[in-house]
Design a protein around this ligand. Structure first.
Ligand code: PNS
Length: 160
């Protein structure tokens, strides 16, 4: 069985993430969506909430499971016997840093990184922009699944 990990902050999961996860689920036996914990970044949603939201929107994908990790991604891969990391590339601006990380991860552990070109429909999309738009009550209905949009609105109202 060949597994791949889709790592990220997922604060929150967007349609762009979901597109990459769905495409990976057609290529691999198992897709592990892992929420990487970055203690220095205060998120809008807790790690548990992010995992719950990913599980919700991936309910239709039986070979996808959700997990979290605090530490190096390659250590997660090693601990779970996962040979590959999948990353979506939105634009050339993503490439420099992603290439550097993939080469470092390869050198550290032998784990390979596979880049998937983002659907052009989502090439401008990021969780940070979605959060900013939601904060000012902009329309995020075409950027995130409906249930995530509802949670975003609720969280922004709670914090207002
Ligand atoms: O959604 P993001 O914030 O763009 O995801 C970036 C993430 C979490 C995948 C990346 O920062 C990462 O892999 N962090 C784990 C720590 C790690 O392994 N760092 C060394 C990279 S060479």
């Amino acid at each position: 069985m060949i597994s791949v990990v889709c790592p990220g902050s997922y604060d929150p999961v967007t349609n762009g993430h979901l597109d990459i996860i769905e495409r990976c689920s057609r290529l691999f036996d198992e897709v592990v969506v892992s929420v990487l914990i970055n203690k220095s970044k205060k998120g809008l949603f807790s790690i548990e909430e992010r995992m719950e939201m990913i599980s919700e929107v991936c309910e239709h994908l039986p070979n996808v499971r959700v997990d979290s990790w605090h530490g190096l991604l390659v250590d997660y891969c090693r601990a779970n016997g996962i040979p590959a990391i999948a990353k979506g590339l939105r634009a050339v601006s993503d490439f420099d840093y992603e290439l550097q990380m993939s080469q470092m991860n390869q050198r550290l552990s032998g784990v390979e990184t596979l880049f998937i070109s983002t659907n052009p429909e989502y090439s401008f999309l990021s969780s940070s922009l979605v959060k900013e738009i939601a904060t000012y009550h902009g329309d995020v209905s075409h950027l995130v699944p409906r249930s995530i949009g509802r949670r975003l609105t609720a969280r922004v109202d709670e914090l207002a």
